[in-house]
Design a protein around this ligand. Structure first.
Ligand code: C5P
Length: 297
């Protein structure tokens, strides 16, 4: 018997970052939007915990216990006093690039899949608490749609979205370490009073009304200056997407993936083509939002 779960990537349409906390994390107002790029995580009974991965970026995916999918199986099994003896197969379509929560998606996907395989019927809140243990972005991968994450991003309030938005994601060559980007944020804001992070009413309104132009004007990522400081060439990618007709551009999460909001699907395809031929990114992918959270197929 096996169970397959489909789980989406995300973009952060607002990432407001507060000062560093004593535990090293930062308080956030993190508005997540799930987008229609998906990984599929399949789990089946096996003699011991193993992982395989297929897809264009599969060679970059760790197949050991550092993979969040493996950690999800271990945490869930430990809670129930059972052995995490499963084979986890990840069909990876989410770019392995950073900023799209692909690893978090696999964690949430494996958790939901193991819960079903083992017949545990964990409550939503139990699953969300394991997700929060796995990482700040993992609860959102389970929930999908649109949500405001507070705390370190793991405390979610679901948001209303009317209509769909169209996106292009430019996949950069090489990664950017999330802790390094937060560290650079701390360096850039040293001696500056960092305000408490808060969700932007204009942005929430734009989501609620499905107004792409208003959303374009409200997109903001406080980590963008830090990501650009560590990887200045990302400015060329952002510029190439704007020249090609995107409504707005921003670094997705801690990067290095960059995101472009477009007025419709047709425009998304032409921006993706232009980004592809600009030579400023490794690949360009088109997606729509919102997308459903982790779903058993
Ligand atoms: O929670 P997650 O494992 O995704 O976090 C990775 C790293 O990103 C943390 O170790 C921390 O350096 C940084 N981070 C942070 N504040 C957050 C989320 C992540 O400083 N709210």
């Amino acid at each position: 018997m096996s169970v397959t779960v489909r789980v989406p990537a995300k973009v952060n349409v607002q990432l407001a970052v507060g000062g560093a906390r004593p535990d090293g994390f930062h308080d956030l107002a993190n508005v997540f939007l799930a987008v229609s790029l998906y990984d599929e995580v399949t789990v089946s009974q096996a003699p011991s915990l193993t992982i395989t991965c297929e897809g264009p970026d599969a060679s970059q995916v760790p197949l050991d216990r550092t993979n969040l999918a493996a950690r999800a199986a271990e945490l869930l099994a430990a809670r129930h006093g059972i052995s995490p003896d499963v084979h986890i197969h990840i069909a990876k379509d989410i770019p392995v690039a950073g900023g799209m929560a692909g690893g978090s998606a696999d964690g949430a996907g494996a958790l939901l899949a193991c819960d079903a395989l083992w017949g545990l019927r964990s409550s939503r809140s139990e699953l969300l608490s394991i997700c929060a243990q796995l990482g700040s972005d993992v609860p959102f991968s389970l929930v999908g749609g649109a949500a405001l994450g507070t705390g370190r991003g793991e405390r979610l309030t679901e948001l209303e979205v009317d209509g769909g938005f169209h996106w292009v994601f430019a996949v950069a060559d090489g990664g950017l370490s999330t802790p390094a980007v937060y560290g650079e944020f701390d360096r850039l804001t040293e001696g500056v009073e960092v305000p408490a992070p808060a969700a932007s009413p204009a942005l929430l309104d734009a989501l609620r009304t499905g107004d792409a132009t208003a959303l374009a004007g409200a997109l903001v990522n406080d980590l963008q200056p830090a990501a650009l400081s560590l990887r200045p060439v990302l400015a060329d990618t952002l510029g190439a997407g704007m020249t090609a007709g995107a409504l707005a551009s921003l670094v997705s999460g801690s990067g290095p993936t960059t995101a472009f909001l477009t007025k419709d699907e047709e425009s998304a395809h032409s921006v993706a083509e232009a980004l592809h031929s600009s030579g400023t990114c490794r690949a360009a992918r088109v997606a729509a939002s919102p997308a459903a959270g982790a779903t058993v197929l």
